[in-house]
Design a protein around this ligand. Structure first.
Ligand code: NAD
Length: 424
């Protein structure tokens, strides 16, 4: 199995990485072999071709994937990604990580993920809409509020979710808002969903720093990726924890200012379509340089395979909080552990998004919507409980924090399988 052609040095195949992480925790938990074996296989995998009419009248056929890793604790849940590097192994890994994530925060879902191999930056809005609607119609047999509920991920957003909801609804003949989460509030979305992953990253950073005995007031923060997760995490860490954001980046590179960047201005610039390195008040740096800056908190919030055996020896952060899914390879994990760097793993750190997606689904079922304050209070409670539980496991078991979070999540899924039994 290979990694994508654009993957950084030291990158590993994400599915191999996900399996390796599961295997090592299965051994530690002494999982029964049939349960372990079941969890090593995704429950359901769908690969579809998506013929799409382009604006110039030509037709392009894209490939789309939906993988449901586990349905053991409830309907499958997970985002949809549009990116040139999307392939089956990436989607399988992301689906498995969703299973553990939902279990760590103890929400009643299994894990899934979807993706289309495409370059959305080269496509017009109407091309994206046609591709999304055709992809949705191919997914109709396996998605639904009781079966599998997609959400936004890299390069997808509330508008894409609205197209999915509309296509599904038109096909079944009535409105089904619960088929996706991360929708606009005007069609049944939840207040606070858009910023929920970034808010969860902030809560996790704050809670784990507290357990770790590190204050966040004035802490220097470096963020890789300035999309949905990165920009909200930056804003909340700055405004609610007193952190100084000294460097951020996007796919074109980064900007560094040891005195602190103006996050609001950077958000305005990037929302208007500007790229981070064009921001004038700081020094331009590469993504490689950014990851190796000296800082208190390093937050990878872009893609997987960013901290590898090639650059882990050069990382100078005190704590890494994984906003992205799978940014650290297992080899890098070992190096970071030896260097005494605390890594707060993705399945905990970025679980705020799926938690508020769950709230959106619950509100939709009741057709009764909560205030932003209610959403944020409930998110706080769930994230804080999960942080306390993972920290307690980390201390009790004397393992790294990823292993601790996996022990909590995998044990919960295994218990559900044990209780239900393996049919027939
Ligand atoms: P996004 O599309 O909104 O933003 C991605 C950002 O990463 C952009 O700024 C992009 O320019 C940057 N980027 C892309 N390639 C890069 C590279 N090679 N180097 C540096 N920066 C690069 O995506 P998002 O929703 O913010 O997701 C980011 C990560 O967080 C992904 O791993 C995703 O799976 C994970 N995540 C997202 C959510 C969510 O609710 N959106 C929830 C949980 C986890």
């Amino acid at each position: 199995m290979s990694v994508t052609p654009t993957a950084p040095q030291g990158a590993v195949n994400p599915w191999q990485m996900a399996l390796q992480q599961l295997d090592s925790v299965a051994e530690r938990l002494k999982l029964e072999p049939p349960i372990h074996e079941k969890l090593r296989h995704p429950k359901r995998t769908l690969i579809v071709s998506i013929p799409t009419m382009m604006d110039d009248g030509s037709e392009k056929v894209f490939t789309g994937y939906r993988v449901q890793h586990s349905l053991d604790r409830g309907p499958a849940k997970g985002g949809i990604r549009y990116h040139p590097d999307v392939d089956l192994d990436e989607v399988k890994a992301l689906a498995m990580w969703m299973t553990w994530k939902c279990a760590v925060v103890d929400i009643p879902y299994g894990g899934a993920k979807g993706g289309v191999t495409c370059d959305p930056k080269q496509m017009s809005r109407s091309e994206l809409e046609r591709m999304t609607r055709r992809f949705t119609s191919e997914l109709i047999p396996i998605i639904g509020p009781e079966k599998d509920i997609p959400a936004p991920d890299v390069n997808t957003n509330a508008q894409v979710m609205a197209w999915i909801m509309d296509t599904y609804s038109v096909n079944v003949g009535y409105s089904v808002p619960g088929v996706v989460t991360g929708k606009p509030v005007s069609i049944g979305g939840s207040r606070g969903r858009e910023e929920a992953t970034g808010r969860g990253v902030m809560i996790t950073a704050r809670e784990m720093a507290r357990h770790w005995g590190m204050g966040l007031d004035g802490a220097r923060v470096v963020l890789q990726g300035f999309g949905n997760v990165g920009r909200h995490a930056a804003l909340f860490l700055q405004n609610e924890c007193g952190c100084r954001i000294i460097a951020v980046s996007d796919s074109k590179g980064g900007i560094y200012n040891p005195r602190g960047l103006n996050v609001e201005e950077l958000i305005r610039l990037t929302r208007a379509g500007g790229m981070v390195p064009t921001y004038p008040d700081g020094d331009r740096i590469t993504n490689k340089e950014l990851l190796e800056l000296e800082c208190d908190l390093l937050i990878p919030a872009a893609l997987e395979n960013q901290i590898t055996s090639a650059n882990a020896p050069n990382i100078r952060a005190k704590v890494i909080v994984e906003g992205a899914n799978g940014p650290t390879t297992p080899e890098a994990d070992l190096i970071l552990r030896d260097k005494g760097i605390l890594v707060v793993p993705d399945i905990l750190a970025n679980a705020g998004g799926v938690t508020v997606s769950y709230f959106e689904w619950v509100q939709g079922r009741d057709a009764y919507f909560w205030t932003l304050q209610e959403v944020n209070q409930r998110l706080e409670r769930i994230m804080k409980n999960a942080c306390d539980e993972v920290w307690a496991t980390y201390e009790r078991e004397q393992v790294d924090m990823r292993t601790a979070a996996y022990m909590v999540g995998v044990a919960r899924v295994a218990e559900a399988i044990r209780t239900r039994g393996i049919y027939p």
